[in-house]
Design a binder for this molecule. Sequence first.
Ligand code: GDP
Length: 432
Amino acid sequence: LPTLAVVGRPNVGKSTLVNRIIGRRLAVVEDTPGVTRDRVSYPAEWAGTDFMLMDTGGWEAKVQGLDLSVAQQAEVAIDMADAILFVVDATVGATASDEKVVRLLRKSGKPVVLAANKVDGPQGELEAASLWNLGLGEPYPVSALHGRGTGDLLDAAVAALPTEMEQVAVDPEAPRRIALVGRPNVGKSSLLNQLAGERRVVVDETAGTTRDPVDERVEIGGRAWTLVDTAGIRRRVHMTKGADFYASLRTGAAIERAEVALVLLDASVPLTDQDTRVISQVVEAGRAMVLVFNKWDLVGEDERFLLERSIEQDLVQLPWALRINLSARTGWHTNRLVPAIDLALGSWDQRISTGRLNSFLGELVAEHPHPVRSGKQPKILFATQASTRPPRFVIFTSGFLDPTYRRFIERRLREAFGFEGSPLQISVRVRE
Ligand code: GDP
């Protein structure tokens, strides 16, 4: 799980905030500087995201003996965390030791969410706003004690956590693995029947056990593929309570076992939240993806143009998505599936040589330098593609990159090298 570290000077309210977030009173928090409990990480959850919450509050007592400064403690925490919740006491404002931590945070390049704590009224709002000049983005005014504002703060913190994209292990000898996912009734089993037809072989991965066979070896477009978890599609489970939850667990498991996910959507009705969630599940899992808009036989000739435009609107946040229109019922355009899957997997497998990558970035930066922020301009020193499946890039810089600039790099990288149908990840490492 990703780790969110709560960092800040003694007595700014770190432990109160941690207790507030995990919803328990695990320890006595006294209103005396330096009096807190042992350092621990707690499992926490917000808005469907699980993470570990690391409380550095308890370090104070311990590290006093070791004579570690607040900045040194923060350095350790920053090192260990994926994102940082930096707490400042709004009633005091930013102190010299806060400024030191800010420098470390900027240097780390890790995502930071700024909490302006002890904001209990309008005066506090003003004090909180003055923390904009720390250069860490928007200060979230909160009262850890009363709970005020912590929802917005947690929304921001959870959004800042990286979605984990680990390299997917692929057997180069085996057929490529496809998951067919989508909310109920979009036409998964219909498409499965179209694709698999009669030439279907059930692959029992756990021969000799009583477990259900879950995968099928199928021939599509004259080639062998493995469709994962087709048992989940064929077996109709009717549930009322918690159906959504179990469906999304099952979908998640299928995606995990696949290299590419075909996300089925019903073109004849508007996208639903459940559709969007399935798409996010694939993106966050770092799998290649093809969006399959089914049931086009229900779309009248005169509606097509408008429908196309509205689908483009829906997917504006996902410009790299590959999409095809087809009808599982009539078989129309189902021959477009394999080329789309090949393209998505090709992107997912693609490796850009370090030489090409750096000459591309060199030209990009020369043409569009990073904006100067408070007199500083981070330099891009070097980049490399750390892995494929999905493609992950590491960029070494001399300072924290603006999130907008990072997105700009991703956009240009995609324009230059394709990567259609594959998510990709860009990590930034700040070097001295
Ligand atoms: P699943 O729950 O995703 O497996 O969806 P099904 O394959 O069971 O399909 C749900 C309903 O949509 C069924 O009544 C299908 O006949 C219908 N359906 C599936 N694909 C199409 C299609 O391309 N066109 C039309 N008109 N109906 C379809």
